[in-house]
Design a binder for this molecule. Structure first.
Ligand SMILES: Cc1ncc(COP(=O)(O)O)c(C=O)c1O
Length: 381
């Protein structure tokens, strides 16, 4: 059977592929130090689990409105007002089955065939594929490690063409951990306001920001930006007409996001936030540890990890070398050989549009990180 054209160009997720390989090895009895996925090792906090149990027990297991239950949409709008001063109506909020689904819907309702979407590289693996699925053309713009992998206003201006529909911004970034200061976002915003383009701002890591770094939600940095911005977070906020289209699309795709998860999300937003601070403190320790381990390995480097839970390290000095009788030429060879020989799972930078790098998630426990970096160090030696 012939598949649809759109599937021929679709790359499966490399992060899921690497974690799949790691899982196969684990199933065969091998102990694998898995830094491939950004999946925290913490359990869901008790009060959130409890809200999910109660939703099940009290029969909140039926269809909900396609865009999500109103109390949750109201709670999200209220949280954005309290935290960022942004005024959204509850109907501007759409609840989806995760941020990937939200991004898919955002591209589907805004991108026409042939429209260009600017994606700064290194980028999170799904963006370019989701743009292609919507019929758009991903325009990958390389940023530099010297610039902390940030897109500059000059680069943005030079990348805009009459076909440009949108700019994708992810801050704090998966995969690099870098983030934009409010001033840098302002410089990008000036270009956006000057041109006829919208911004899809993926702010899923807004609560994982380390040290003195200051997070700013993109729509806040200049007046007038809210109408040109779709904010992707645990749920998503958009200008009214776009939110309405996304709700209509979702009503045909999925009926509604899982009802039980919506009640759990409501408890997460309205309940005690101390669990967030506890997780942040733990991630902060791991980030400092991983930073020091990378700095101590000859020929390896990474940018300051201001947020999220990924280290994106430069391995160029370690390519073109032999491991046993195996030639390690590319970042893919490096990650696959590291997994086969040392049982440490990472993801190759080329999957994020940045050959010569590798990504390690530090959402793993300290013990796993310690053993994994001992093994990475032994591997490169
Ligand atoms: C930057 C970024 N956006 C979106 C997502 C997707 O989130 P979800 O797992 O809720 O679909 C992820 C998950 O890894 C991510 O790192």
């Amino acid at each position: 059977m012939n598949l649809a054209q759109r599937m021929l160009a679709l790359e499966p997720s490399a992060t899921l592929a690497m974690s799949g390989k790691a899982k196969e090895m684990k199933a065969a009895g091998v102990t694998v130090y898995d830094l491939s996925l950004g999946e925290p090792d913490f359990n869901t906090p008790e009060h959130i689990c409890q809200a999910a149990f109660e939703a099940i027990k009290s029969g909140k297991t039926r269809y909900t409105p396609a865009a999500g239950i109103m109390p949750l949409r109201e709670a999200v709008a209220a949280a954005y007002k309290a935290k960022h001063g942004l005024e959204y109506k509850p109907t501007d909020v759409v609840v989806s089955n995760g941020a990937k689904h939200a991004l898919h819907n955002a591209f589907t309702v805004t991108v026409n065939p042939g429209d260009e979407v600017i994606i700064p590289a290194p980028y999170w693996v799904s963006y370019a594929e989701l743009v292609k699925l919507a019929g758009g053309v991903p325009i990958i713009v390389q940023t530099r490690q010297e610039d902390q992998f940030r897109l500059t206003a000059e680069l943005l201006r030079a990348s805009i063409t009459p076909r440009t529909k949108a700019l994708l911004l992810c801050s704090p970034s998966n995969p690099t951990g870098s983030m934009y200061t409010p001033e840098q976002l302002g410089e990008l915003a000036d270009v956006v306001l000057e041109k006829d383009i919208i911004v899809i701002a993926d702010e899923i890591y807004e609560n994982l920001v380390y040290g003195d770094n200051k997070f700013a939600s993109f729509a806040t940095v200049r007046p007038g930006l809210q109408d040109k911005t779709i904010l992707i977070n645990g749920v998503r906020l958009a200008p009214s007409n776009i939110a309405k289209s996304m709700a209509a699309l979702q009503s045909q795709e999925t009926s509604n996001p899982c009802s039980v998860s919506q009640y759990a999300a409501l408890a997460a937003i309205q309940g005690d936030q101390s669990c967030v601070a506890k997780m942040l403190a733990e991630f902060s320790k791991r980030r400092d540890y991983v930073t020091s381990r990378i700095a101590a390995i000859d020929g390896m480097s990474c940018v300051e990890m201001s947020g999220a839970f990924y280290a994106f390290f430069n391995i160029q000095a370690h390519l073109g070398k032999k491991y046993g009788d195996k030639m390690v030429e590319t970042d893919s060879d490096w990650c696959l050989t590291l997994l086969e020989q040392q049982h440490v799972a990472t993801v190759m930078g080329s999957a994020f549009g940045a050959p010569g790098y590798a990504r390690a998630s530090f959402a793993a426990s300290m013990e796993t990180l310690k053993e994994a970096f001992d093994r990475i160090e032994a591997f490169v030696k």
